[in-house]
Ligand binder design. Sequence first.
Ligand code: BG6
Length: 306
Amino acid sequence: MPDRIVAALREKFEIENFVGFDLGVNRVPRIVVTIPPCEAHIYLHGAHVTHYRHRGQSPLLFLSEKSLFQNDKPIRGGIPICWPWFGPNKQNPSFPMHGFARTSMWELQGVAQIPTGQIELKLSLTPNEQSKNFFPHDFVLDYTITIGDTLELALRATNTGDQPFTYEEALHTYFAISDIRKTQLLGLGGSTYTTKVAPPGTHTQGPDPLLFTAETDSVYTNNTAECTIIDPPGDRTIVVGKQNSNSTIVWNPWIAKAKAMPDFSDEEWPKMLCVETANVWDNAITLALGQSHTMYQRIATRQLSQ
Ligand code: BG6
């Protein structure tokens, strides 16, 4: 079956030398993009970008060596899509954490090389029997991934039903870094955040770069700022730009939480930092009938020594 899916995708969408299809980890169908400036991998499971690397550089996205690649489980690393809720579901905590988009099979709608030379992938998700149990609304999610010198992501939700609905969303990006203890995060100064780490509370971020010395799980609301990750040992900065996103989540599980996650190895916590482009909590989006909303994230990098 996976072989047949890959064969059908190749026939319809392959762009010789640039966009191919194969069976990735655990024989899950995967899109492989290889163009002069960079390479990227995208799984149809969750429309999940698991890999993005500039030629001659180390990957920009962290992917756990213990990630499960199973139908009912999210991939640990890369860019999971949290939709239509973030964290536990408020009405029913037994519903899947972070919604169902990251564990759904998305449909590939189009692959193109656009005039700039970038590769543009278009994927979509519509309700299915299972998702209707969690979210009884008619919607279309369109996800456009533009791959080149930068990695650009646009997540558009459209209400195709006859009732308004409200949703939360996050591009839960796991950035690959050399060592969280030597990493700085800029851009959040002056923003209000709520930490989920005990004791939970709401604070205002000071003007200095954010440094990491313990578990961090902070939700910044009413925040539209671009963030910059500074990774001195890796000799690079990563700039996370965004539009139509009013929330940012910053997460690193540190030692104990890392040990408690079955799909994350005990030693991996220093190597990742999640900076999530989102609309959550008070920033949730309400769509009237026929309305759409698009959230954008743009990832760029440069060497510090340049
Ligand atoms: C973050 C949340 O966005 O995702 C954390 O703020 C959570 O609380 C983390 O632990 C990972 O979630 P999951 O479901 O992928 O393990």
